[in-house]
Design a binder for this molecule. Sequence first.
Ligand code: HEC
Ligand code: HEC
Length: 382
Amino acid sequence: MKKLLLFLPILFIACQNDDEETPIEIKPNQEIIDEYLNISLTDIPNYETVDYPVHYHPLTINFNNIPEDNPTTDKGAQLGRVLFYDIKLSINNTLSCASCHQQDIGFSDAARFSSGFQGIGTVVHSMRLLNTQFFESGEMFWNKRANTLEDQITAPIKDHIEMGFTEENGGLDSLIVKLANAPYYPILFKEAFGSEDITEERMQKSVAQFVRSIVSTNSKFDEGFAQVYDPALPNFGIQNPFPNYSGAENRGKLLFLNRPYPNAPFCAGCHRPPTFALTSVATGNGLNDEQTVVFKAPSLKSVALENNFMHDGRFSTLEEVVEHYNTGVQIGPATDPFLINSNGEPHQLGFTEQDKAELVAFLETLTDESIVDDQRFSDPFK
Ligand code: HEC
Ligand code: HEC
């Protein structure tokens, strides 16, 4: 001890001298971030207080699934964005969430089935991530097996096909160690949650905030609805012709919104405007007479950017989708009663070739190009 004390002043002097020559540099956090990411710790885009256009009327806002214990914050969603685009989330640094959820096609996958971290394919088609916030019950995945978006988030990370952090590979704990070693994460977790601790719950919360913030309000449909919106009219005036639509698009809109004949099912009865998220009570759409599993559908916003439709990507055009509802519905245990007539047979909607073309023209107006290059949702990595 005495020896140490004796040496201390000398050490101190030595250090001081050293300091003058090569000062120990403590980098400001932003400089550390700048080495890896194109984001700012102070000038964060707005995720928190989004001003929904007027036609996203109170009804829609009330249908959202934001849980009380995870309100969206700018810093939380920004951390979620970084995680979403980080290939570190896969065991062999090959895939991020964005590999299978691509921004230019509504956050789905251009391929019918996605390739996991070892190149093995998923058994279902990826899902668009627009308007997940408005699937009222909050259940996620085609078969609704995750109860909330928070629950869903770490499932692909732990999946043996998708990102590979299975129990045998060390599970979430080994991912947490990996993330803690990336210089930017302790900073970003501290900004978002007040301390540097990285936990599964914090990952779930931040990525869920990011995914929920991907809301589409700028399609041709939205522009048209905003123009005719009138709270005094039934359904806020959605039935009125949209001034920005062609004749075919306006007729397609009416076919989507209304029953083709009394008691017939209509598209909007399940795919509810203005978010086009599926209602939580809808069951199967009659793809298969043996189907027992009830599947959901993602919001139909930007559906026309895809080439693979339904959970198994069985259809490759919207014309085929419309034809399915027109003549192809099968009755099985999961088929929604809405699609079955009083004789116990599937409704034949009786759409003509022109009707079908107009319905497709309407579906194409749901494409939201603003999402495709919205910086808030883009890859933040350098
Ligand atoms: C290997 C491809 C792949 C990767 C990587 C991937 N996903 Fe997915 N994602 C899918 C597929 C396929 C589905 C549909 C799976 C199902 O229903 O069983 C899906 C479904 C989802 C859903 C459900 C959407 C809804 O409306 O129900 C969300 C949310 C989601 N993924 C977010 C993520 C996040 C966040 C990550 C990263 C942590 C991620 N995904 C990584 C392929 C992938
Ligand atoms: C009974 C409720 C119901 C009705 C009515 C309905 N759908 Fe669907 N729709 C669904 C369900 C459920 C799915 C997802 C099924 C699956 O993938 O297994 C779906 C899927 C879709 C998809 C594919 C979405 C995707 O991301 O792959 C499109 C497009 C679509 N419906 C359009 C329509 C149109 C157009 C109509 C009217 C002609 C209509 N739907 C009527 C329930 C319904």
